[in-house]
Design a protein around this ligand. Sequence first.
Ligand code: MG
Length: 137
Amino acid sequence: MPELQKLLVVDDSQLIHSMYRLVLNRYEGCKIFDAMNGLEALDILSREKNFDLILLDINMPVMNGIQFMEKLKKENLYRQVPIIVISTEGREEDTLRALKLGAWGYVVKPFKPHMLYELIEKVLAKKPPFLAATKNG
Ligand SMILES: [Mg+2]
Protein backbone atom coordinates (compact mmCIF):
# COMPACT_ATOMS: atom_id res chain seq x y z
CA MET A 1 0.00 0.00 0.00
CA PRO A 2 1.58 3.32 -1.03
CA GLU A 3 1.89 5.97 1.60
CA LEU A 4 -0.71 8.70 1.43
CA GLN A 5 0.26 11.14 4.14
CA LYS A 6 -1.41 14.44 3.48
CA LEU A 7 -4.59 14.97 1.52
CA LEU A 8 -6.78 17.97 0.75
CA VAL A 9 -10.45 17.27 0.01
CA VAL A 10 -12.38 20.13 -1.65
CA ASP A 11 -16.13 19.60 -1.76
CA ASP A 12 -19.17 21.62 -0.70
CA SER A 13 -20.93 18.58 0.78
CA GLN A 14 -20.24 17.69 4.42
CA LEU A 15 -21.58 14.22 3.67
CA ILE A 16 -18.94 13.75 0.97
CA HIS A 17 -16.21 14.77 3.43
CA SER A 18 -17.48 12.15 5.90
CA MET A 19 -17.63 9.56 3.13
CA TYR A 20 -14.00 10.21 2.12
CA ARG A 21 -12.91 9.74 5.72
CA LEU A 22 -14.51 6.29 5.70
CA VAL A 23 -13.26 5.31 2.25
CA LEU A 24 -9.72 6.54 2.95
CA ASN A 25 -9.30 5.05 6.42
CA ARG A 26 -7.23 2.31 4.74
CA TYR A 27 -4.49 4.96 4.44
CA GLU A 28 -3.58 4.84 8.09
CA GLY A 29 -1.99 7.97 9.39
CA CYS A 30 -3.10 10.10 6.44
CA LYS A 31 -3.87 13.63 7.54
CA ILE A 32 -6.99 14.88 5.75
CA PHE A 33 -7.78 18.59 5.36
CA ASP A 34 -11.32 19.62 4.42
CA ALA A 35 -12.22 22.66 2.31
CA MET A 36 -15.81 23.51 1.35
CA ASN A 37 -14.88 25.45 -1.83
CA GLY A 38 -11.92 26.55 -3.93
CA LEU A 39 -11.27 29.67 -1.90
CA GLU A 40 -11.00 27.69 1.35
CA ALA A 41 -8.68 25.30 -0.46
CA LEU A 42 -6.40 28.16 -1.56
CA ASP A 43 -6.33 29.39 2.02
CA ILE A 44 -5.30 25.96 3.32
CA LEU A 45 -2.66 25.61 0.57
CA SER A 46 -1.18 28.97 1.54
CA ARG A 47 -0.64 27.72 5.10
CA GLU A 48 -0.01 23.98 4.73
CA LYS A 49 2.63 22.46 2.47
CA ASN A 50 3.56 19.09 1.02
CA PHE A 51 0.19 17.68 0.07
CA ASP A 52 0.34 14.33 -1.72
CA LEU A 53 -2.98 14.84 -3.43
CA ILE A 54 -6.02 17.08 -3.85
CA LEU A 55 -9.48 15.54 -4.40
CA LEU A 56 -11.50 18.25 -6.10
CA ASP A 57 -15.24 18.64 -6.64
CA ILE A 58 -16.36 20.79 -9.57
CA ASN A 59 -19.71 22.24 -8.51
CA MET A 60 -19.22 24.40 -5.41
CA PRO A 61 -20.32 27.88 -4.34
CA VAL A 62 -17.89 30.82 -3.90
CA MET A 63 -15.15 29.29 -6.09
CA ASN A 64 -15.82 26.12 -8.08
CA GLY A 65 -13.30 23.46 -9.04
CA ILE A 66 -12.61 24.89 -12.50
CA GLN A 67 -12.06 28.40 -11.12
CA PHE A 68 -9.76 26.92 -8.48
CA MET A 69 -7.68 25.12 -11.11
CA GLU A 70 -7.57 28.23 -13.34
CA LYS A 71 -6.27 30.22 -10.39
CA LEU A 72 -3.56 27.63 -9.68
CA LYS A 73 -2.54 27.60 -13.33
CA LYS A 74 -2.58 31.38 -13.80
CA GLU A 75 -0.50 32.02 -10.73
CA ASN A 76 1.71 28.99 -11.23
CA LEU A 77 0.87 27.73 -7.75
CA TYR A 78 1.34 24.24 -6.33
CA ARG A 79 1.97 22.70 -9.75
CA GLN A 80 3.53 19.70 -8.13
CA VAL A 81 0.40 18.69 -6.23
CA PRO A 82 -1.59 16.09 -8.19
CA ILE A 83 -5.32 16.76 -8.50
CA ILE A 84 -8.03 14.15 -9.02
CA VAL A 85 -11.35 15.65 -10.04
CA ILE A 86 -14.48 14.05 -8.66
CA SER A 87 -17.19 15.11 -11.04
CA THR A 88 -20.91 14.56 -11.30
CA GLU A 89 -22.14 12.37 -14.10
CA GLY A 90 -23.20 14.22 -17.24
CA ARG A 91 -20.76 17.10 -16.93
CA GLU A 92 -18.15 15.83 -19.36
CA GLU A 93 -17.19 19.33 -20.50
CA ASP A 94 -16.17 20.23 -16.95
CA THR A 95 -14.12 17.07 -16.69
CA LEU A 96 -12.35 17.78 -19.99
CA ARG A 97 -11.68 21.35 -18.92
CA ALA A 98 -10.18 20.09 -15.64
CA LEU A 99 -7.95 17.63 -17.51
CA LYS A 100 -6.77 20.43 -19.83
CA LEU A 101 -5.98 22.50 -16.77
CA GLY A 102 -3.75 19.73 -15.49
CA ALA A 103 -5.88 17.34 -13.43
CA TRP A 104 -4.21 13.93 -13.17
CA GLY A 105 -7.44 12.02 -13.37
CA TYR A 106 -11.12 12.02 -12.69
CA VAL A 107 -13.75 9.91 -11.02
CA VAL A 108 -17.43 10.17 -11.84
CA LYS A 109 -19.86 10.27 -8.89
CA PRO A 110 -21.22 7.95 -7.66
CA PHE A 111 -18.06 5.84 -7.72
CA LYS A 112 -16.89 2.63 -6.15
CA PRO A 113 -14.02 3.00 -3.66
CA HIS A 114 -11.68 0.72 -5.61
CA MET A 115 -11.69 3.22 -8.50
CA LEU A 116 -10.46 5.93 -6.20
CA TYR A 117 -7.82 3.60 -4.69
CA GLU A 118 -6.53 2.76 -8.16
CA LEU A 119 -6.15 6.42 -9.07
CA ILE A 120 -4.53 7.27 -5.75
CA GLU A 121 -2.04 4.45 -6.18
CA LYS A 122 -1.16 5.65 -9.69
CA VAL A 123 -0.69 9.18 -8.40
CA LEU A 124 1.53 7.97 -5.56
CA ALA A 125 3.54 5.89 -8.03
CA LYS A 126 3.88 9.07 -10.16
CA LYS A 127 2.36 7.46 -13.21
CA PRO A 128 1.63 9.82 -16.10
CA PRO A 129 -1.44 12.08 -16.01
CA PHE A 130 -4.76 11.76 -17.85
CA LEU A 131 -6.04 8.81 -15.90
CA ALA A 132 -9.72 8.17 -15.85
CA ALA A 133 -12.22 6.10 -13.97
CA THR A 134 -15.95 5.99 -14.37
CA LYS A 135 -18.60 4.23 -12.36
CA ASN A 136 -18.67 1.53 -15.02
CA GLY A 137 -14.90 1.09 -15.02
MG1 MG B 1 -20.51 19.94 -5.17
